[in-house]
Ligand binder design. Structure first.
Ligand SMILES: O=C(O)[C@H](O)[C@@H](O)[C@H](O)[C@H](O)COP(=O)(O)O
Length: 274
C-alpha cells in the first residue's frame, strides 16, 4: 500500500509540474519592488522591440494601482526610451474626470506620458463625459479602430494588477462580467471597489494578448495568490482566469506576496532579463 501511495504521490507531483510547464506560466519572485522594477522595465522594452520589429508598433495595455508609479519611475530611469511607435490602452479605467486623482489616465499623464515621446494619437482613453454604457461602447470603437481587422484586439503586452480580493482589470469575484464573451470592453456600474462606475477589458481580450504580466506585491495578496497560482480551475478568483490562449504569462511578485506559495518559482539575480 505504501509503495502505491508513494507512486501516486510522485505521479501527482509530475503531473502538476507538467501542467505548470504546459501553461507556459512563469512565476518570478523578487525580494522587493526595488529589484522587481528594473526587470519589469526590461520586459516592457524587450517586448516593445520585438513587436516593432515584427509588426511596426507596440500595443501596451496598462492598469492602475501601484503599477502607475512603479512603471513610470522605472521607464524614466532607462538611459533611453523611444515610445514613438507605442500604442497604449487601459485594461480598465475608472469613470471619473481626467483631473480627478482617481483617474488612472490622469496619473499616467502626469507621471509618464508627459515625460516620454508617445504621440497623443497613440494613447487610447475613455471619454469620461459619457454615461458608463456609452463610454464602454465608445472605448470599444476606439480599440476596434486601433486594431483594424481584429475581432479581438491583440495587445503585445498587458500589465495587470491583482487586488487582495483576487480581482484584475475591473473584473471582480462573483460578478457576471467574468462570463462575458461577446463584448471586448464592458461597462460596470456596481464595482465593489470605488469608484463604482468603470470600463473594463473582458477576458477574451486579456487572454488574446501576446504577453500578459501581473505585477503584484505585498503580504495582503499572499493567501489569494496561493489559490490563484495553485488552485487550478477550481480557483474562484478572477485573476486565475487569466490564461493567455497562446501568449506568455508572467507573475512578477515580491517575497511578501509569495510567502504562502509552494509552486515552483524563479528567483532571478540582479540585472535579470525575462
Ligand atoms: O482600479 C483600481 O481600483 C485599481 O487599479 C486596482 O484594480 C489595482 O490595479 C489592484 O487593486 C492592484 O493594485 P496594487 O497593485 O496597488 O495592489
Amino acid at each position: 500500500k505504501t509503495v502505491l501511495q508513494l507512486t501516486s504521490f510522485y505521479f501527482a507531483i509530475l503531473l502538476s509540474s507538467c501542467s505548470a510547464v504546459m501553461a507556459g506560466r512563469r512565476v518570478v519572485v523578487f525580494p522587493s519592488s526595488a529589484e522587481l522594477g528594473p526587470v519589469l522595465a526590461h520586459l516592457v522594452t524587450s517586448r516593445a522591440e520585438k513587436a516593432i520589429a515584427s509588426h511596426g508598433r507596440f500595443a501596451l495595455g496598462l492598469s492602475g494601482g501601484s503599477l502607475v508609479s512603479m512603471l513610470s519611475k522605472e521607464l524614466l530611469a532607462l538611459p533611453q526610451l523611444d515610445c514613438s511607435k507605442w500604442v497604449v490602452g487601459f485594461c480598465d479605467e475608472r469613470l471619473v474626470s481626467f483631473t480627478d486623482p482617481e483617474s488612472t489616465y490622469g496619473l499616467y499623464k502626469s507621471q509618464l506620458f508627459s515625460k516620454i515621446n508617445i504621440p497623443n494619437s497613440g494613447i487610447l482613453t475613455i471619454d469620461p463625459s459619457l454615461p458608463v454604457t456609452e463610454c464602454a461602447e465608445d472605448y470599444t470603437c476606439k480599440l476596434k479602430e486601433a486594431f483594424p481587422g481584429e475581432d479581438i484586439p491583440v495587445f503585445d503586452l498587458l500589465l495587470l494588477g491583482m487586488g487582495p480580493d483576487g480581482h484584475t482589470c475591473s473584473l471582480f469575484p462573483d460578478h457576471p462580467l467574468l462570463e462575458e464573451t461577446k463584448m471586448i470592453v464592458a461597462p460596470i456600474s456596481d464595482s465593489p471597489k470605488p469608484p463604482p462606475q468603470r470600463v473594463t477589458m473582458t477576458f477574451p481580450v486579456v487572454n488574446s494578448a501576446r504577453c500578459v504580466a501581473f505585477v503584484s506585491t505585498g503580504g495582503s495578496k499572499a493567501t489569494v495568490l496561493k489559490d490563484v497560482l495553485e488552485g487550478g480551475k477550481a480557483s474562484p478568483y478572477p485573476a486565475a482566469r487569466v490564461v493567455p490562449t497562446s501568449g506568455e504569462l508572467f507573475w512578477l511578485i515580491d517575497d511578501p506576496a509569495a510567502a504562502a506559495l509552494t509552486v515552483q518559482v524563479e528567483r532571478p539575480g540582479a540585472g535579470a532579463k525575462l
